[in-house]
Design a protein around this ligand. Structure first.
Ligand code: B12
Length: 222
């Protein structure tokens, strides 16, 4: 692998966003994902290669380590932050169409629920894997999911809930979305949710972690 791409892969894997970031300690004072991406673009490595040969494989490794309990939430968030720092510079190339996204992923925490750490983790990982993400935030009612799905035809919709009292709202939201847009693929997740519940409410997929989401989305995109 090209040296800069190798460095970028490591920066994202280890969660080094930029030079001034003190994390991880072993990379203190060294370039982070932001600076390395600048250098890669300056040395005419294509944005597509930066994304596909360094950023996505690094987030893939991070996702696998997370699902194997080899790393934990703080590390995952640092890696996602490093990925975000690099993506800032790649954004114009998505806008110009030079890089194609794999699809659109709409995510929100369901109405009544304000927990967003897991939802953000999913959103950042999915974005890191080349999808365009529409983040609706927290306390999201059916109408807002439907509005976003109508504006992004073919998008996957994802619902997060962390409370036993709000997971029940997922059933109502899934039914409302399917009533208007029956072909919408709906993902659900969050600590109290499981596969049985997913089937019961007529959602299309459940995952307990970001890696499961990415693997399923890759199948949808292929
Ligand atoms: C942080 C936290 C809060 C913070 C939230 C801050 C924030 N910005 O999110 C604050 C303090 C605001 C809060 C408030 C409340 N909380 Co709270 N909170 C938690 C806590 C400690 C951590 C949750 C968390 O972020 N986990 C880390 C993330 C990474 O995990 P995760 O969300 O599960 O996400 C993972 C998966 O579930 C999955 N996932 C998540 N979303 C999605 C979506 C999709 C589509 C997919 C595929 C996957 C997926 O992927 C993620 C990564 O693996 C939990 C306890 C715990 N240890 O879990 C309690 C907890 C969830 N809270 C609880 C409660 C009761 C409350 C309150 C009602 C407390 C109160 N009396 O006011 C309020 C509710 C406010 C509201 N209306 O939402 C209870 C819920 C109990 C229950 N069975 O319903 C818990 C379990 C604590 C407890 N043991 O009692 N809380």
């Amino acid at each position: 692998m090209n040296e800069l791409l190798g460095k970028l892969y490591k920066a994202v894997e280890l969660g080094k966003a930029d030079k001034k970031s003190p994390y991880p300690p072993q990379l203190k004072g060294e370039d982070g994902a932001y600076e390395i991406t600048t250098k890669a673009l300056e040395s005419e490595i294509s944005p597509k290669d930066i994304l596909e040969l360094a950023l996505i494989p690094a987030m893939d490794t991070v996702g696998k380590k997370f699902s194997e309990n080899k790393i934990y939430v703080p590390h995952m968030l640092m890696s996602a932050r490093a990925m975000g720092a690099a993506m800032l510079q790649l954004k114009p190339f998505f806008a110009s169409g030079e890089i194609k996204t794999k699809g659109t992923f709409i995510i929100g925490t369901v109405k009544g629920d304000l927990h967003d750490i897991g939802k953000n983790l999913i959103a950042m990982t999915v974005e890191g894997c080349g999808w365009s993400v529409v983040d609706l935030g927290v306390d999201v009612p059916s109408e807002r999911y439907i509005e976003a799905a109508k504006s992004n035809p073919g998008a996957v919709v994802a619902l997060s809930a962390l409370l036993t009292t709000t997971m029940v709202n997922m059933g109502e939201i899934v039914a409302n979305i399917k009533a208007v847009l029956p072909d919408t693929f709906i993902f659900i997740g969050g600590a109290p949710v499981n596969d049985d519940f997913c089937k019961k409410i007529g959602a299309d997929a459940f995952s307990s972690d970001p890696q499961g989401v990415v693997e399923r989305l890759n199948k949808i995109a292929s």
